[in-house]
Design a protein around this ligand. Structure first.
Ligand SMILES: NC(=O)c1ccc[n+]([C@@H]2O[C@H](COP(=O)([O-])OP(=O)(O)OC[C@H]3O[C@@H](n4cnc5c(N)ncnc54)[C@H](OP(=O)(O)O)[C@@H]3O)[C@@H](O)[C@H]2O)c1
Length: 365
């Protein structure tokens, strides 16, 4: 039996789940990675071939019959223990909620609510033995019900609600339960459902959110906010429902982007994974757009945009510590954190390739 700690990560074939699986394996964990697209799981396996930890993959729809049993059995057969379960798999729906087909409604409930609860239940004996940890990935729309996303907001509200119940139920077993509010993250999540997604400068990189989730593997905190200021804005919007509905009805693109919505409800099976759609031409160039969210901290801490631009030599490898040293001399905690967020933002905007934690390569174009 392998004594290394083991995490199951669902939705590990792209986005946050893939970044988290990669980070955990590089940090020496065993990871049992689940997603539907085999080629993407193979891509992940290639990325971490030489890492300290071990990756095993299972291509499976979490809604398939017996999926929870197969995942838990697979992880135990391969690694002998389960310390962390990250219920991350999910996709957004499309269209007005009152026009959703039965299939689209069922897909949302099954993917985001039924499958994570079933998986948690099946993993319980192993989690009790390890005094383990369960994560449920929610969303800002759990608190602010945004329209045109089908049943996605109400099911994410259910995820937030059930997280508290599961936490209370499992406390006596010594199992930690964490709710994740990722914020707006630059993944395929919106684009594959036909939305433009948030403006590039506002979306966090999946690596940044993955880092926060991974840090909670040891801190066992009960809530992880991927982008804290966005959670703060959501909390205000939740407290002011009248104003929020007024604004969202007039400007849904604040959340949904400007891509045209499909005219009719779409059966989930027909929403084929696509390459990310081109986001409407932004008025800013890609570097400025990536830095927008950090502009006020950069100005406060005196990190200049020209220093950041100077780093972007095609093919150059960047290490967080060196980059921080380059502009801050002996960087303090805040300066290092800003450097990290800026590098993550550049990676999220596709300007850097993430090689391993805190290491990047500047992309050629
Ligand atoms: N990105 C954001 O702005 C944002 C904001 C709030 C919340 N979230 C939540 O964050 C989580 C991760 O999303 P992401 O942004 O990383 O999006 P993503 O890049 O599209 O990743 C979603 C992952 O879930 C997997 N998945 C979806 N349905 C599945 C199913 N039925 N069975 C197995 N795997 C399935 C997908 O892989 P396959 O297609 O290969 O199965 C993929 O690996 C989701 O729960 C999402 O709701 C994201």
């Amino acid at each position: 039996m392998n004594a290394r700690r083991t995490a199951i990560v669902t939705g590990a074939s792209s986005g946050i789940g893939m970044a988290l699986a990669e980070r955990a394996v590089r940090s020496g964990w065993n990871v049992f990675a689940v997603g539907r697209r085999t080629e993407r799981l193979e891509e992940l396996a290639r990325k971490v071939e030489l890492a300290n930890g071990t990756l095993a993959t299972l291509a499976l729809d979490v809604r398939a019959p017996q999926a929870a049993k197969k995942i838990v059995r697979g992880a135990l057969e391969r690694f002998g223990r389960i310390d962390v379960l990250v219920n991350n798999a999910g996709g957004v729906a499309v269209g007005p909620i009152a026009q959703q087909t039965d299939g689209a409604l069922a897909e949302q409930v099954e993917t985001h609510v039924v499958a994570p609860l079933a998986l948690t239940r099946e993993a319980l004996p192993a989690l009790r033995a390890s005094r383990g940890h369960v994560f449920f990935v929610g969303s800002g729309v759990a608190r602010v019900p945004v329209g045109l996303l089908g049943a996605y907001p109400p099911v994410k509200a259910a995820v937030r609600n059930m997280t508290r119940i599961v936490r209370n139920e499992l406390r006596a077993d010594g199992i930690a339960v964490t709710y994740v509010d990722p914020g707006a993250v630059a993944t395929e999540f919106m684009t594959r459902a036909g939305f433009a997604g948030p403006p590039p400068g506002l979306a966090a990189s999946p690596h940044r959110v993955a880092r926060r989730i991974f840090d909670a593997f040891s801190s066992r905190r009960s809530v992880v906010n991927g982008v804290p200021w966005q959670t703060f804005v959501v909390a205000i919007a939740e407290a002011l429902p009248g104003i929020t509905d007024f604004v969202l009805q007039r400007a849904p693109q604040i959340v949904l982007g400007d891509a045209p919505l499909p005219a009719t409800p779409v059966e989930p099976a027909l929403i084929a994974p696509t390459e990310p759609a081109t986001i409407d031409a932004a008025p800013l160039d890609p570097v400025d757009a990536a830095l927008v969210a950090h502009a006020s901290r950069m100005s406060k801490l005196k990190m200049s945009a020209s220093y950041v631009r100077g780093l972007l030599v095609p093919g150059a490898e960047l290490e967080l510590g060196d980059v921080a040293l380059g502009w801050a001399g002996m960087p303090n905690k805040n300066e290092r954190a800003l450097t990290n967020d800026v590098l993550d933002a550049l990676a999220g905007a596709g300007l850097l390739e993430h090689l391993e934690p805190e290491h990047y390569r500047v992309k050629a174009d």
